[in-house]
Design a protein around this ligand. Structure first.
Ligand code: GLA
Length: 367
């Protein structure tokens, strides 16, 4: 049964009658281009088939009543005018999203909401951006805000992460989720928000597996990396690291940490554009090479990997050989691994993932 159908049924069980509508937002996997979105660079994410469904029904009063059916049917209730809590998990995200919309245009009626998600949480697949975008879509549908664009919703969802979750994230996750096309990668220019949809060849597989390393204290480390990148950009006299080319960087006098962070970002932007080119040309071995370089850069220059993740990525790369590549994906410090491979090795890659993983949580983004 689809997540939307399940949400509608669970809504009926919780609230006594059918919902008026069900909104859905997917999770995302980033194929390449990590920690470059907040540096105004290029990223190449892809929406997943799994995500978050939000069933809704308008109320006559100004209250919002929420049941999260996959979180032990936990509930939350608030008034439209109430200030959202900060850093209170999903409560902050849901309440925050309603609140940032409300700050732009009046949401007149409250809502009964039921959330049903099938994305593994904390796995680097953007379950929080998926939740925010799905709530945004539900509120927009319920309030008749038909002119709200995917980009508007993405920006609002990003604001929620900044203000209510305390994560200084970029715009990649929200844009991939709000504006991505199923089954296609999205080359996103994070400075202009221009996008290009790039379909993947039919005989390629995109497999997302969990590294098994739980991401602890990630928000702090993430924000610290962003601050380091901004400091490097200031020292180089540019608005963001997007404006630095590799030659200028190699001559710049930066301290070791700044130089490493900048090297990752500048190289990763180049790799992402080259990866888009490789996909357009069906050049899977070039793409695989770029993914391996990207992983090494996240590990050595950005220092955002983990030995256990490195081991799993290396093993996958051995199996895939020249028929694609594997790398850690997303914010790092654990989380998920993305493998892109030709169909001829998909079975071997799947076997390796199954042998290794404790929880066998595997998401196939394609094939
Ligand atoms: C997290 C953030 C994104 C992006 C990635 C790393 O997913 O939410 O904005 O910075 O990490 O690429």
């Amino acid at each position: 049964m689809s997540a939307k159908k399940e949400a509608a049924l669970a809504f009926e069980r919780s609230f006594g009658s059918a919902p008026e509508g069900v909104a859905f937002a997917p999770g995302r996997v980033n194929l390449i281009g990590d920690h470059v979105d907040y540096n105004d660079g290029f990223v190449l994410p892809m929406p997943l088939s799994v995500g978050t469904a939000v069933a809704w029904r308008a109320r006559k009063d100004d209250r919002v009543a929420v049941t999260a059916s996959d979180l032990g049917s936990e509930t939350l209730e608030f008034h439209l005018a109430e200030e959202p809590p900060v850093k209170s998990g999903w409560h902050s995200l849901v309440h925050g999203m309603v609140s940032v919309i409300q700050a732009q245009r009046p949401v007149e009626r409250g809502l009964d909401i039921l959330i049903k998600g099938d994305l593994p949480r904390g796995a680097g697949l953007s379950s929080s951006a998926s939740l925010c975008v799905a709530i945004g879509r539900a509120v927009a549908e319920a309030s008749g805000f038909d002119d709200m664009t995917p980009e508007d919703i993405a920006r609002l969802a990003q604001r929620v992460e900044h203000i209510y979750a305390g994560v200084a994230c970029g715009i990649m996750d929200q844009m991939a989720i709000a504006a991505g096309e199923p089954g296609a990668a999205m080359l996103l220019d994070c400075r202009t928000l221009e996008t290009e949809s790039i379909g993947l060849p039919e005989d390629w597989s995109v497999l997302v597996s969990q590294s098994g390393v739980t991401r602890e204290l990630v928000d702090g480390a993430y924000n610290a990396r962003r601050a380091e990148c901004e400091s490097a950009a200031r020292k180089l006299g540019v608005e963001s690291l997007r404006d630095v080319d590799p030659i200028t960087l190699s001559f710049a006098k930066l301290d070791e940490v700044d130089a490493k962070r900048a090297r990752h970002v500048v190289g990763e932007i180049e790799r992402t554009r080259a990866a888009a080119h490789a996909i357009r040309n069906c050049a899977i071995s070039d793409l695989g090479e770029l993914m391996r370089f990207s992983h090494a850069s996240m590990r050595d220059d950005f220092e955002a990997s983990h030995p256990e993740v490195d081991r799993k990525v290396e093993r996958l790369n051995e199996i895939i050989g020249s028929k694609g590549g594997a790398r850690m994906t997303g914010g790092g410090f654990g989380g998920a691994i993305v493998s892109i491979c030709h169909a001829s090795v998909t079975r071997d890659v799947l076997n390796a993932i199954e042998q290794e993983s404790d929880d066998r949580q595997l998401v196939r983004a394609l094939n």
